[in-house]
Design a protein around this ligand. Structure first.
Ligand SMILES: Cc1cc2nc3c(=O)[nH]c(=O)nc-3n(C[C@H](O)[C@H](O)[C@H](O)COP(=O)(O)OP(=O)(O)OC[C@H]3O[C@@H](n4cnc5c(N)ncnc54)[C@H](O)[C@@H]3O)c2cc1C
Length: 321
């Protein structure tokens, strides 16, 4: 393990407002955990940022010490890119501010926000932007990788709704990128991953959504997969943009609306979300029920944020999710 010069760490501490963890410190092992519990990497130093100035100090320190740097937003990336061995882990998870401008329908979102933080703040005003299906995912990594979810057919990818980013580049400079400011950098952040700098604030376009939407699941036995798949393919040809239907093949989780005998059995399920008037949605989804003889269904009008969290227990992997 790299031994960092104590004098350099002391100087860094003077410029940094958040906690820092070295391997012998209490809290170090908790701080290095990410969603994928199979990843077991041990950074030489973990710093938890509270501001863009903290990010600048961390980038400058890592660069001056020639350290490998990893950046953690929500920590959900399966490959575990948020944490590195023997380097500097810059953890943005304390930066969870969400500011909503209701008049302009814009949101300003901190890089430590999960989808749950962002959706809760925007849905308080009946607004949302397309994000993923699992509320514990980080807004930062999802956006920088492109991002898609239940609202994408209607409102586009997450990056289609990204208006600007404030970021810290590798030379420790704070800059902004948008369609008009540093447009090349903005192009790179819209799906290019996190390699162009560390984003300290995202600005998103919002849209009126819900707050109650028709959503839910229809679960068929796997031995009906051919029929379900064939009809699903035909159904999607004329499906309106407000309607998203995802097809899921897996072993049945112990969902309360499924008979006990089905739990653990292979299934093919339709996951449905209608981002419009629920009554129209009900009419549109009616034909889905005739794709086969279902084990069961659970569909209703519910808050969009509840639907966004419905998959969390089914997609939980790590010690922290
Ligand atoms: C169960 C599950 C469900 C998912 N569902 C969806 C989905 O519905 N739709 C979808 O689009 N994706 C989905 N994903 C993929 C998810 O969007 C990516 O894994 C994403 O990278 C997670 O972002 P994060 O901030 O949580 O991850 P992290 O692991 O913290 O970061 C991911 C990457 O982004 C970099 N990064 C993070 N923050 C910043 C920042 N502020 N500046 C620069 N770089 C940064 C990190 O260094 C790392 O390389 C899902 C993943 C899982 C595990």
């Amino acid at each position: 393990m790299t031994r960092l010069p104590p004098a350099a760490i002391d100087t860094f501490r003077g410029l940094f407002s958040g906690p820092m963890f070295q391997p012998a410190d209490a809290g170090y092992h908790e701080a290095r955990q990410i969603w994928n519990a199979m990843i077991d990497r041990k950074p030489a130093l973990i710093v938890q940022c509270h501001s863009a100035e903290d990010v600048v100090a961390a980038v400058n320190f890592g660069r001056d010490q020639s350290m490998l740097i990893s950046v953690k937003g929500g920590g959900h990336n399966i490959a575990g890119n948020a944490v590195c061995d023997d380097g500097l882990m810059i953890d943005l998870s304390p930066m969870r501010d969400v500011e909503v401008d209701v008049v302009k329908q814009r949101a300003f979102v901190g890089p430590g926000c999960t989808l749950a933080h962002f959706d809760a703040a925007a849905q308080a005003h009946g607004l949302a932007t397309p994000l993923g299906i699992n509320s514990t995912t980080g807004v930062a990594g999802l956006t920088l990788g492109g991002g898609f979810g239940w609202l994408s057919r209607k409102f586009g990818m997450t990056v289609d709704n990204l208006v600007s980013v404030d970021m810290v580049t590798a030379d420790g400079r704070q800059t902004r990128a948008s369609a008009t400011e540093n447009p090349d950098l903005f192009w790179g952040t819209r799906g290019g991953g996190g390699n162009f700098g560390i984003v300290t604030r995202f600005e998103f376009q919002l849209h009126p959504v819900g707050p109650e939407l028709l959503s839910g699941l229809i679960v068929f036995p796997f031995n009906q997969a051919k029929s379900v798949l064939t009809q699903f393919a035909r159904f999607t040809e004329t499906m309106p943009d407000e309607l998203s239907v995802w097809l899921v093949i897996r072993h049945a989780p112990p969902l309360p609306f499924l008979p006990d005998s089905v739990h653990g059995e292979p299934i093919i399920a339709l996951a449905i979300c209608y981002a419009g008037d629920p009554e129209i949605g009900e009419e549109l989804i009616a034909p889905l029920r005739s794709f086969g003889k279902a084990h069961g269904e659970h569909i209703g009008v519910q808050p969009y944020v509840n639907w966004q969290q419905a998959f969390d227990p089914l997609l939980t992997n790590g010690a922290r999710n």
